[in-house]
Design a protein around this ligand. Structure first.
Ligand code: PLP
Length: 401
């Protein structure tokens, strides 16, 4: 769908199946960045001339777009960051600081390193204890394990919406219901889900939510942390500097209102404007249709790869797998497999996919990962299957497999 709107892909023989790492950008976003730098560039929140006013307006309009996109109650709850990693590091350190030694944080065994390592760092710094929702052999979160591993001092749950390794869509509603029943807030890593599932933070009732612009057809260097206002109010800034203060003396300073207090210095202005355009683009093309397209592609891919001999698939293989398929071929190392695929002009990733604990749980050193976006269609998957079959034959003939 809409492939012709993506300059890098249109008229190119490349089969790009690595959108879980980053998505390609539609022409509309590229043009918006060009127009910003070519005609609108100025710093925000400071200038008292029309160009500066315009840049500030565009930057703040993007914030409003994000608010609408997530259906957040207020723009004060939308903090621009450098990406999911930036959002989660800020949250872990800032929320961690509000806790007492011996308090617990509940994560899951399928987290991306960026929703694990920052919590490990905060745990060391503030004397916190990390617990984990286990993953079962199907690649699903084990919610009875969540109840078992709940501690009376659990103060926050932070989980991914969709696993970047397995594509598992987690039952956030059940997790949030359970945690809220205990009066505990829930943070969601939406890096993989925000482009694939309609997300309404009020309906979901999550307390924090993080995502990256570059995984939703926008620029790199920009991300979002959504937080409920009363919770954001409890957090203190990590960075001090321009734009985040109310008043400054030589001895001390007071902070600006939300969300400016968390956006010290010159923010990624053009990137924020580009993200706003990407969200516009996605909405105008129809979020529900795009979501359905990815769901059909995933099902088609699973079926197709299952029909090939010698492919081992990981993940649920059912309706709760979206946008990502992890597999290995025969006894071949994933890196060798993707090199053969690359020779066939296919871009896929091999490795631990920033989820080493989950890889270890699968009992393999690495996997090959195919991931989809709006511009892929079934012919991309047919091409993948074709090159996999050729590779398999080659190794069979050599007696390696
Ligand atoms: C990509 C990803 C991240 C990290 O995003 P960055 O853009 O690299 O900061 C975090 N969590 C998940 C699930 C991801 O897929």
């Amino acid at each position: 769908m809409f492939k012709e709107e993506f300059p890098l892909l249109a008229g190119n023989s490349l089969t790009y199946l690595d959108s879980a790492a980053t998505t390609q950008k539609p022409e509309a976003v590229l043009q918006r960045l060009d127009r910003f730098y070519g005609k609108e560039n100025a710093n925000v929140h400071r200038a008292l001339y029309p160009l500066g006013d315009g840049a500030t307006a565009s930057y703040e309009e993007s914030r409003t777009r994000v608010k609408h996109f997530l259906n957040a109650p207020s723009s004060r709850e939308i903090v621009f960051t450098s990406g999911t990693t930036g959002s989660l590091n800020f949250l872990a350190d800032s929320f961690g600081e509000t806790l007492s030694r011996g308090d617990h944080i509940l994560l899951s065994e399928m987290e991306h390193h960026s929703n694990l390592v920052p919590w490990q760092m905060a745990a060391k710094r503030y004397g916190l204890i990390l617990d984990f929702i286990p993953v079962n052999e199907k690649g699903r979160l084990d919610l009875s394990g969540m109840r078992r591993n709940w501690h009376e001092k659990t103060k926050l749950v932070s989980v991914t919406h969709i696993s970047n390794l397995l594509g598992t869509v987690n039952p956030l509603e059940e997790i949030i219901d359970f945690a809220h029943g205990k009066g505990v807030p829930v943070a969601v890593d939406a890096a993989q889900s925000v482009s694939r599932l309609p997300i309404d933070v009020q309906e979901l009732d999550c307390d924090f939510l993080a995502f990256s612009g570059h995984k939703i057809y926008g620029p790199t260097g920009i991300g979002v942390l959504y937080g409920k206002e009363h919770l954001l109010e409890r957090l203190s800034p990590r960075f001090g500097g321009g734009s985040m203060i109310s008043s400054v003396s030589l001895e001390e300073s007071t902070w600006a209102e939300l969300p400016q207090r968390f956006e010290a210095g010159t923010p990624p202005i053009a990137e924020a404007v580009g993200l706003g355009e990407a969200l516009n683009w996605l909405e105008s093309r129809g979020r529900a249709g795009i979501s359905q397209h990815e769901s059909l592609l995933t099902a088609y891919g699973i079926e197709k790869l299952r029909s090939l001999e010698g492919i081992e698939l990981y993940g649920t293989g059912e309706e709760d797998q979206l946008g990502v398929i992890s597999f290995n071929m025969g006894g071949l190392h994933a890196h060798d497999t993707v090199q053969f695929l690359s020779a066939g002009d296919l871009a896929l990733r091999a490795g631990h996919h920033c989820a080493q604990p989950l890889i270890r749980k699968l009992g393999v050193p690495s996997t090959v990962r195919a991931s989809f976006a709006v511009y892929n269609d079934t012919s991309d998957i047919d091409r993948l299957a074709e090159v996999l079959a050729e590779t398999m034959n080659y190794f069979r003939k050599k007696g390696v497999l």
